[in-house]
Design a protein around this ligand. Structure first.
Ligand code: ADP
Length: 421
C-alpha cells in the first residue's frame, strides 16, 4: 500500500506511558508519516472520532469512564467505520470474541505491543477498511445506477402505456371511419340501384311513346353516372370491409380459362371504343383452380380496365401461365407507363399519379389498393414493371389452391355438412 499523506491515528488510553509506547512503536516505521491525536477517556474519543477522520484508532480496553467494548458499540452505532484496534491488559483476553462481535477490527495484548506487531495490525486494519470503503462506494454506485435504471424503466413503461393508449384510440378512430364508410356506401347503394334500374327502364323501347333524342341522351347520362357512382360505392365498401377485416373469400373450384375469357369479353367494348386490341394467351395444362372466382374477376377487371384507361394506342394483353401449383397472370399494356418514383405508391388507397382536378383519366385511386389486398388474401403477390411512354406490366403470382385458415376450413366443412343429399 502506498501512502503519501500522513496517517491520522487516534490513541485512546488514560495511561500516558502506554500512549507513548504505542506512539513510539508506530513512529519507528520508516517512510510512514503519521499524525497522532491522544485522548484519555471514551467521551473525548467519541468527540474526536465524530469530528475528524482517522485512518485507525488504538484503544485501551480499560478506560476511566467506560470500557472499550462500550466505546466500540457507541462508535459503530453512529455508523462510523474507522478501524478500531483494542489493546487489552492482562486477563482481558477472554473478552476478545465480544470485542470482535461488537465491531473491533482487531485486538492485541499490551504485553505484545511492538513496532512490528502494531504496524502489522495497522496495515491489516487499514487494508480491510479501504477495501470496505471501496466496496461501499461500488455498492453505492450500483444502487444509484439501479435507481436510475428503475426511473428510466418507469418512464419507458409510462411512454409504452401512452403509445398503447394512442394506438387504441387510433384503432378505434379507424374502426369508426371504416364503419361509417361501410354504412354510408351501403345506404347509398340502394337508391343508386333504383336510379340505375329506372333509367334502364326508361331507355328500353316501349309501346307507350318514345323519348325524344334529347331526353334519351339525358337518361343515358344518368345511367352512366349512376353506374360510375355505384362502382365507386362498391370500391369504398370493399376497402372498408378489408380494413375492418370483415371481407371473407369464398373459395370454390372453377375453370380459370373460362373466367379470363368471360372477363375479357366484358371489357371488349371498352377496348374497342379506343381502338385497342385485347389479346389473350393462356398456357395451362390444368385450368382448374380453387380460389374466390368473383374476387379474382374483380382483380382482373381492375387491372384490365386500368390498362385500357391508360393506353391510347397499341394493345392490351393478358398472359396466363402455370408453374407446378402456382399461377402467373400478367396484364401488359403499351400505355403511358408509370414513373419510377410513383411506382411504390400506386398500391396505396386514394393514390393517383396525376392528382390534378383536370386529370385526363377518371378514377378514385382505390382499384389497385383493393387489388393488392385481395391478392394478399389469396396468398399471392402482385408486382409491377413500367416505363414511361412504353407501357406497364402487372404480374400476379398466386397459388392454384388457397390454403384456408382453420376457422374458414371449419365454416366450409360446416357448410358442406349442411348440404342436403
Ligand atoms: P384509379 O385507376 O382509379 O386512379 P388505381 O388504384 O386503379 O386508381 O390506380 C392508381 C394509379 O396508378 C392510377 O391513377 C394511375 O396513375 C396508375 N396506374 C394504374 N394502372 C396503370 C397503368 N396500366 N398504366 C399507367 N398508370 C397506371
Amino acid at each position: 500500500m502506498h501512502i503519501n499523506t500522513p496517517l491520522k491515528i487516534l490513541i485512546v488510553d488514560d495511561d500516558q506511558v502506554d500512549r507513548l509506547a504505542v506512539r513510539r512503536a508506530l513512529s519507528k516505521v520508516d517512510n510512514l508519516p503519521m499524525e497522532f491525536i491522544e485522548v484519555g477517556t471514551c467521551e473525548a474519543a467519541i468527540t474526536e472520532i465524530e469530528q475528524h477522520f482517522f485512518d485507525c484508532a488504538f484503544l485501551d480496553y480499560r478506560l476511566p469512564d467506560q470500557d472499550g467494548l462500550a466505546l466500540i458499540q457507541d462508535v459503530r452505532a453512529m455508523g462510523i467505520k474507522t478501524p478500531l484496534i483494542v489493546l487489552t491488559g492482562q486477563g482481558d483476553e477472554q473478552i476478545a470474541v465480544e470485542l470482535m462481535k461488537a465491531g473491533a477490527s482487531d485486538y492485541l495484548s499490551k504485553s505484545r505491543v511492538s513496532s512490528e506487531t502494531l504496524t502489522r495490525l495497522l496495515w491489516n486494519a487499514i487494508r480491510v477498511y479501504r477495501a470496505e470503503l471501496q466496496a461501499e462506494r461500488a455498492n453505492q454506485q450500483l444502487r444509484e445506477t439501479n435507481r436510475l435504471l428503475l426511473q428510466q424503466n418507469q418512464e419507458l413503461e409510462r411512454q409504452r402505456q401512452q403509445i398503447q393508449l394512442q394506438n387504441l384510440k387510433l384503432l378505434e378512430a379507424s374502426r369508426l371511419k371504416s364503419q361509417f364508410l361501410a354504412t354510408m356506401s351501403h345506404e347509398l347503394r340502394t337508391p343508386m340501384n333504383a336510379i340505375i334500374g329506372f333509367s334502364q327502364m326508361l331507355l328500353r323501347p316501349t309501346t307507350k311513346g318514345q323519348l325524344t333524342s334529347q331526353q334519351f341522351d339525358m337518361v343515358e347520362r344518368i345511367l352512366n353516372n349512376g353506374k360510375n357512382l355505384l362502382a365507386l360505392l362498391n370500391d369504398i365498401l370493399d376497402l372498408s370491409k378489408i380494413e375492418a377485416g370483415h371481407l371473407e373469400l369464398k373459395p370454390e373450384s372453377f375453370n380459370l380459362t373460362h373466367l379470363i375469357h368471360s372477363t375479357v369479353e366484358e371489357l371488349q367494348s371498352l377496348a374497342a371504343q379506343k381502338q385497342l386490341t385485347l389479346r389473350v394467351q393462356i398456357e395451362l395444362k390444368n385450368p382448374m383452380v380453387t380460389q374466390d372466382p368473383n374476387r379474382l374477376r374483380q382483380v382482373m377487371v381492375n387491372l384490365l380496365s386500368n390498362a385500357i384507361k391508360f393506353t391510347d394506342e397499341g394493345d392490351v394483353s393478358i398472359e396466363v401461365t402455370e408453374l407446378d401449383d402456382r399461377l402467373q397472370i400478367a396484364v401488359r399494356d403499351t400505355g403511358i407507363g408509370i414513373a419510377e418514383a410513383d411506382l411504390p405508391h400506386i398500391f396505396e388507397a386514394f393514390r393517383q399519379v396525376d392528382q390534378t382536378i383536370t386529370r385526363r383519366h377518371p378514377g378514385t385511386g382505390l382499384g389497385l389498393a383493393i387489388t393488392d389486398s385481395l391478392i394478399q388474401m389469396m396468398q399471392g403477390e402482385i408486382t409491377v414493371e413500367s416505363q414511361v411512354g412504353q407501357g406497364s406490366v402487372f404480374r400476379i403470382n398466386l397459388p392454384r389452391y388457397i390454403q384456408l385458415p382453420d376457422r374458414d376450413l371449419q365454416s366450409l366443412s360446416a357448410e358442406l355438412l349442411n348440404v342436403p343429399f
